[in-house]
Design a protein around this ligand. Structure first.
Ligand code: AMP
Ligand code: ZN
Length: 112
């Protein structure tokens, strides 16, 4: 499958890995939008949140708990933002589910 994030999981495209377990992979965003900008993805190809199935509930939970663990490990005790761009109007540019962990600066609302 021609999916850039599947290739990152497989190691055929390099990334700055920060975490990996049996289901989850996390790496630094190549174009950071905050002092800390980490992407947390399922190893399994799920195209978007809209494509997640009931049987993906476990991995979806693991993704969120990994974000919280990484935020603690990366010193984001004052807070952070988690973003899941979904579909064209959601601004999703890579069709493999990913959670953005953004922190290290004040976040604003509404986002762009
Ligand atoms: P989104 O636009 O919400 O779908 O997020 C996709 C994210 O993937 C963007 O923040 C990109 O900077 C990031 N990205 C794209 N290619 C790579 C890559 N090879 N390594 C790390 N991050 C990437
Ligand atoms: Zn993929």
């Amino acid at each position: 499958m021609d999916c850039i994030f599947c290739k990152i999981v497989a190691g055929s495209i390099p990334s700055k890995k920060v975490f990996e377990d049996d289901q989850v992979f996390a790496f630094h965003d190549i174009d950071p939008k905050a002092p800390k900008h980490i992407l947390v993805i399922p190893k399994k190809h799920i195209a978007s949140l809209a494509d997640a199935k009931p049987e993906d509930a476990g991995v979806l939970g693991r993704l969120l708990l990994t974000v919280a663990d990484l935020a603690r490990e990366h010193g984001l005790g004052k807070g952070y933002r988690v973003v899941i761009s979904t579909g064209p109007e959601g601004g999703q540019t890579v069709d493999h589910l990913h959670l953005h962990l953004l922190g290290g600066r004040q976040m604003h609302w509404p986002p762009g």
